[in-house]
Design a protein around this ligand. Sequence first.
Ligand code: SAH
Length: 355
Amino acid sequence: MTGNEDRICELRERGTLASEDLRELLSTLAPTEEELLYESAREVRERWYGKDVYLRGLVEFTSWCRNDCYYCGLRRSNARAERYRLSERQVLSCCDQGYDLGFRTFVLQGGDDARCTDELVCGIVRQIRDRHPDCAVTLSIGERPRSSYEAYFAAGAERYLLRQETSNPAHYRMLHPPGLTIESRKRCLADLKDIGYQVGCGIMVGTPHQTWDHVVEDLLYMRGFQPHMVGIGPFIPHKDTPFRDEPRGTLGDTLHLLAVVRLMLPQVLLPATTALGTIDPQGRELGILAGANVLMPNLSPRDVRGKYLLYDGKARVADEAVACDLQLGRRIARMGYELAWGRGDHASRCGAAVR
Ligand code: SAH
């Protein structure tokens, strides 16, 4: 066995590696090593979740944002971004339609919208839970005080997605304006976990100035934090941001990292993201083959889908997004996987229900 094959087996069996070995695993692998990595990731995923691929209905409910992250098309300074905020009624109608299609989890995502008050968020969450008690609600609305997170949880939100973006403080400062810090981001993640949410963190692959050493730091942070979900997608430049001329993250690097995360966090819920499907028409299928086990079809109303633009070229803004995504689901089913329409909780939260 090569050194890297040894490392892959050790990571698969023990769920961790010394940082130098993680660093080695992130370097270019020989084709047989790369194949072993993906095979191992699939095997570990199946150990916990079988062939199930969980579906979440994504509702992008506000494009307003008070932050100014250098990578994101929704940043406050982007005067060209078209802003919208769905009404409570519109959000509920997206969820009702999603429910009829079979979804049992809804992810409400948006910019850090100052007008989106705790009262509003709690009202929406409560109503979704009232109308569809068998559904889980996930929020992804950025950094808020602990008291707000507590209020959403009490209203019935059980999951929260907040990517750390990068764990390295100096790199974090290269991606964000002064005032946004990794310490605050991590504080929020710790609060969310402590309150009892199923929490998702994550990073973009290939952001400007990112090195593999930064990625090792991210892996070690995730290993310590033990998130329930990890969102990983390639960085893709947006034409109206300071990073407009930066290269995008690659398919190969993203798949590679998905597989390493699967080995390190065997039970994690790992989406094959829209960004991955944007840089390659087969990106999401390949993500599933690299150990991902979640898809998030877009349930946002058609007239706003083209306004929630984090990056250029976002897939399926014009057409029937859900229908397309469900076609993708069928392709994935043909690859031997099964679309799982249930709530799809983390293995630690559903006891005997999980294999
Ligand atoms: N306001 C929320 C949601 C942000 S959008 C929050 O702060 O958590 C969700 C994710 O999209 C971000 O966390 C980021 O990782 C990703 N994203 C933003 N801009 C991107 C870009 N240009 N390319 C790829 N992913 C991007």
